[in-house]
Write a protein that binds this ligand. Structure first.
Ligand SMILES: Nc1ncnc2c1ncn2[C@@H]1O[C@H](COP(=O)(O)OP(=O)(O)OP(=O)(O)O)[C@@H](O)[C@H]1O
Ligand SMILES: [Mg+2]
Length: 450
């Protein structure tokens, strides 16, 4: 909400709005009304209130930390179209990308589009389920939610499609929500849970076959590697065998580019190898991202010093979409605070100031993360920063660390497993990058050199 005395910026804004308003009202009432002082005062009063209402209603347009909707994501049209097509065609698709590059947002945008077209799309985040039987319960309940018809008929159909699971179904009249429970006991093994999951997939295929031909049915599982982590390698083989038989249901599996998911999709010895197409998610095209940033700042009536300042946001955030939005969000907040006393303009010092504020704000989190690392891992991270992520196994770097090459390799591996670093393949070489570029900034600001 806007508070404080009439700011210069606000006054200028009111005057412009008022002038525009008077001009547009003149044809309606004739020019003479402009001369009546009371009317003019009243118009000014209304314009002031409209301006204040406008500023109160203006919300920070940069969003991070949640899945974005179809109208909110920049670019990604091709990726969204590919997910839609895989589901519509009953195909199999893997979406793999670094953390916070927008995988979930792509899935959500595709789901929104498919649902608008009347498709049945079930989407789950495997990380939300501590065991596979809980995922199976959600899957059965989700299927019930999508069926048309009364409660009784839906219950009958679900019991028929998922007959092997013998699910206990419940419909809450107050919440208008289905829940399902498949029979498990505490003594059940993980293998049994894998069998239940495979039976649930078979049930979904039965449901799909019972739909009209033009009604697509799809299952989307985000953070798919978690299922294999819980269910083990046998889960991989069983799930593959099931979905290979399914022709009507489309499957989209997504996950961060962890070592597990990479080897699942690229290792010829593993069951998922070449099961379907793989789409690797890269950065959002730079021009599209800067245009988006420019529009959002200008729409908020903030000046943009020069286009270079938008590139600076992308550079400091290393083009990780989450970090780009987070930094832009912080810049926007700082500009809004300035708007009380001056015409706010986004320039290099605003961007650098906002980044420093952000990094300081996350200091307790980064300190805890840093203190949880071994001395070798801490030194490795410093070297990743000073060496720009390349040649980390060269003699010079290994010597700087004071350990052998195998120790460096192990340290890099552990940092990747902890989700702090990731490998980026590019024109023939491999570069180590921070999953969170602001952590690298924190290390550079607050820790010692080696
Ligand atoms: N195409 C995009 N345009 C604009 N911002 C984006 C885009 N994709 C992602 N973001 C930003 O990144 C944030 C994280 O997106 P999302 O959760 O979809 O990524 P993710 O790859 O699934 O992340 P995680 O690896 O943590 O699961 C979003 O809230 C948004 O701020
Ligand atoms: Mg995600």
């Amino acid at each position: 909400m806007y508070v404080g005395s009439a700011a210069i910026f606000l006054r200028a804004y009111i005057e412009t709005t008022l002038a525009g308003g008077l001009l547009s009202l003149t044809p309606l009432f004739g020019a003479s009304w402009l001369w009546k002082t009371d009317d003019l005062k009243m118009a000014q009063y209304c314009a002031t209130h409209l301006c204040v209402i406008h500023l109160c209603a203006t919300k920070n347009p940069f969003e991070f930390g949640r899945e974005l909707g179809v109208d909110e994501i920049v670019d990604r049209d091709a990726e969204v179209a590919e997910v839609v097509e895989a589901i519509e065609q009953g195909g199999k698709l893997f979406i793999v990308g670094p953390r916070r590059y927008g995988k979930t947002s792509i899935l959500k945008a595709a789901e929104d589009r498919l649902r608008t077209a009347g498709a049945v799309v079930l989407r789950y985040d495997a990380e939300s389920y501590p065991s596979l039987d809980l995922l199976v319960n959600s899957l059965v309940a989700g299927a019930a939610r999508h069926l048309k018809g009364g409660v009784e008929r839906t219950g009958e159909q679900i019991r028929k499609f998922f007959s092997r699971l013998r699910p206990e179904l419940n419909f809450s009249m107050t919440e208008r929500e289905w829940t399902a429970k498949v029979g498990v006991t505490a003594a059940d093994t993980t293998e049994h849970h894998v069998t239940l999951l495979v039976e649930a997939l078979d049930g979904l295929e039965q449901l799909a076959k019972a739909q009209p031909k033009d009604r697509a049915v799809g299952l989307v599982i985000d953070e798919f590697q978690k299922i294999i982590e819980i269910g083990g390698q046998s889960a991989e083989a069983h799930i593959r065998a099931a979905i290979q038989r399914h022709k009507r249901t489309g499957y989209v599996f997504a996950g961060s580019k962890t070592r597990l998911l990479t080897s699942m999709t690229t290792d010829a010895a593993r069951p998922f190898y070449r099961l379907g197409a793989s789409r690797f998610i890269g950065p959002v095209p730079r021009n599209d991202f800067t245009s988006f940033l420019h529009k959002k700042f200008v729409d908020s009536r903030f000046g943009v010093d020069d286009p270079g300042v938008l590139n600076l946001i992308l550079d400091l955030a290393e083009e990780v979409p989450y970090n780009v939005q987070m930094l832009a969000h912080a810049c926007w907040e700082d500009l809004r605070a300035k708007a009380k006393s001056e015409q706010p303009v986004l320039n290099h010092s605003v961007v650098r100031g906002a980044l420093e504020r952000l990094v300081r704000q996350y200091d307790p989190f980064y300190t805890q993360l840093w203190n949880g690392l071994t001395a070798i891992q801490q030194k490795t991270l410093i070297l990743v920063i000073t060496e720009g992520g390349t040649n980390l196994q060269s003699m010079r770097v290994v010597r700087a660390l004071g350990k052998g090459p195998s120790t460096v390799r192990r340290s890099l591996g552990a940092l990747m497993d902890r989700g702090i670093l990731r490998e980026e393949e590019g024109s023939g070489d491999i570069r180590m990058r921070f999953e969170d570029p602001f952590f690298a900034r924190w290390i550079a600001m607050f820790t010692a050199r080696i």
